[in-house]
Design a protein around this ligand. Structure first.
Ligand code: NOJ
Length: 527
């Protein structure tokens, strides 16, 4: 627990904290093989400390044949040699902790690699003791898959026939990512022990991959067609994902993972939860506590206009259960880069939004410098899910390799790397990197911005205005989500600019109305 100032509630560190997601393959290569690694990340902790984030979440670094770049694990208790060793991880944890940074790992409990020894055993015969660690079913009467479930990748069944034993196994992702059967208590015990293994090594929490898939419909009934599906939408969206996901045992499994975290105290559990709001809020727990932060992905998914975004913030705030702490995500390794989705100018406004909403923000590495989607020539495509553009290497400096590698990078370096990089932007007091740093500094200095109450204020079309209030400190945030100049009304009193997205206004003062330039956001304080 963090020490609370007098009169304030004691809060866990992650409530006011800011999480920074590192995609380890793409952060820093230390040995010239073109792939990022743990010693590389350790060598960049200076950047994270300077930037001012609180915790680093690493996408999976465990042993893996890398068919889904680490989300297909063949040994949950070892580091893949590509990334380093267990000793490297221990050193990284210690070095992060020395700087007051927390380290969060990625837990992938829904599926193992088909190379995992458990699955190798499971598929070896129908009566192998590990057979029921995975979801095996007989073919349908016509010899086809047991039901209509589709894989999240490509346009294929989620079932794969194993010729040797004559049954199908379930894989919601690649055929090489095999769904574990969480109804089996041995599976649950084994996976909960994996959590303990890493907690004992000192990590501060887990981001839990597709946590909502752990419980499935016990009868494995067919999915129903999605009435909103239109040609052009991904094939996986043709069906509702009601039966593969969020099944009846979810509350029990959430309570179990939470109980393990609680054995260690002060650790955070974040869940990957692409789900409608009424389901998502249940992941905070009911009768028993669930996870701390079911990811709120709507800033990644909603159309970027003030009415939609403002409406969502209000809806989400209102739907949170009493002890449910909010959280916000603007980018990750599965979604197009924010600067490409909404443009470089609006990416600054988005950064101000992310870092001034109530709750825990997650910042995706590279977004702090405004990285855009990479151009991936056809012969360099490596991801089955089309997600290479948002995974290109971190751009540290101008020049070949962008400071990421001395070798050949596993994905091409962004074309804009000579302009969009840490070194150049650190020296530019108005860069988007400087903006992120200043916002993070302000957020730390002004608890009203992290933990204060959020209240929407009357405004004009295209502009979001809200207040953040803690005790008698009140700040306003005014964000213009359009490229046009706009006048927005302000509450009574005189207000002074604390920070502008362009970092180019010093203490401008306002009364009744604020005039925002196109693509501009301001934080204001009472004069
Ligand atoms: C979600 C992860 O974020 C994604 O990268 C991965 O492909 C799937 N889960 C499967 O593990």
């Amino acid at each position: 627990m963090t020490q609370a100032p007098p009169g304030r509630p004691i809060r866990p560190w992650w409530e006011p904290g800011v999480i920074y997601q590192v995609y380890p393959r793409s952060y820093q290569d230390s040995n010239g093989d073109g792939v990022g690694d743990l010693p590389g990340i350790a060598s960049r902790l200076d950047h994270l400390e300077w930037l001012g984030v609180d915790a680093v979440w690493l996408s999976p670094i465990f042993r893996s044949p890398m068919r889904d770049f680490g989300y297909d694990i063949s040994d949950y208790r070892d580091i893949d040699p590509l990334f380093g060793t267990l000793a490297d991880l221990d050193r990284l944890v210690a070095a992060a902790h020395e700087r007051g940074l927390r380290l969060i790992l990625d837990f992938v409990p829904n599926h193992t690699s088909s190379d995992h020894p458990w699955f190798v055993e499971s598929r070896s015969s129908r009566d192998n003791p590990k057979r029921n660690w995975y979801v095996w079913r007989d073919p349908a009467p016509d010899g086809g898959p047991p039901n209509n479930w589709r894989s999240a990748f490509g346009d294929m069944s989620a079932w794969q026939l194993d010729e040797r034993t004559g049954q199908y196994y379930l894989h919601v992702f690649l055929p090489e990512q095999v769904d574990l059967d969480w109804t089996n208590p041995e599976v649950r015990a084994a996976m909960l022990d994996v959590m303990r293994f890493w907690f004992e090594r000192g990590i501060d929490g887990f981001r839990i991959d597709v946590i909502n898939l752990l419980s499935k419909d016990p009868e494995l009934r067919d999915e129903e067609p999605n009435p909103d599906w239109r040609p052009g939408m991904p094939p996986r969206a043709r069906w509702l994902w009601n039966r593969m996901s969020d099944g009846p045992a979810m509350p029990e499994y959430l309570a179990k993972v939470r109980a393990v975290a609680d054995e260690f105290g002060d650790r955070v559990l974040i869940g990957e939860t692409y789900m409608p709001l009424e389901r998502l809020v249940r992941y905070y727990g009911g009768e028993h506590p669930g996870i701390h932060l079911p990811f709120n992905f709507q800033l990644l998914l909603l159309p970027w206009d003030a009415e939609t975004i403002g409406g969502w913030v209000a809806t989400y705030e209102a739907a949170l259960p009493a002890n449910g702490w909010p959280n916000w995500v603007l980018g990750n390794h599965d979604q197009p880069r924010v600067a490409s989705r909404i443009g470089e100018a609006q990416a600054r406004v988005a950064a101000m939004l992310l870092l001034t909403l109530r709750g825990t923000p997650t910042l995706y590495a590279g977004d702090e410098i405004g990285m855009t989607n990479g151009d991936i020539p056809a012969d360099r495509i490596v991801d089955v899910g089309g997600r290479d553009p948002e995974r290109t290497p971190m751009q540290w400096e101008p020049g070949r390799g962008a400071g990421f590698t001395t070798g050949t990078p596993w994905l091409p370096i962004g074309r804009d790397a000579d302009r969009v990089n840490v070194t150049v932007e650190r020296d530019d007091p108005r860069s988007i990197l400087s903006l992120h740093r200043r916002l993070l500094e302000l957020r730390r200095a002004e608890p009203a911005l992290s933990v204060g109450d959020w209240e929407p204020l009357p405004t004009v079309t295209g502009v979001l205005v809200y207040s953040r209030r803690l005790d008698d400190r009140r700040l306003l945030v005014a964000l213009n989500l359009t490229p046009d100049r706009c006048d927005a009304p302000l509450p009574a009193g005189r207000w002074r600019t604390v920070i502008a997205t362009g970092l180019d206004r010093d203490a401008d003062a306002w009364e009744d109305t604020v005039t925002l330039r196109g693509d501009e956001g301001l934080v204001l304080e009472p004069v």
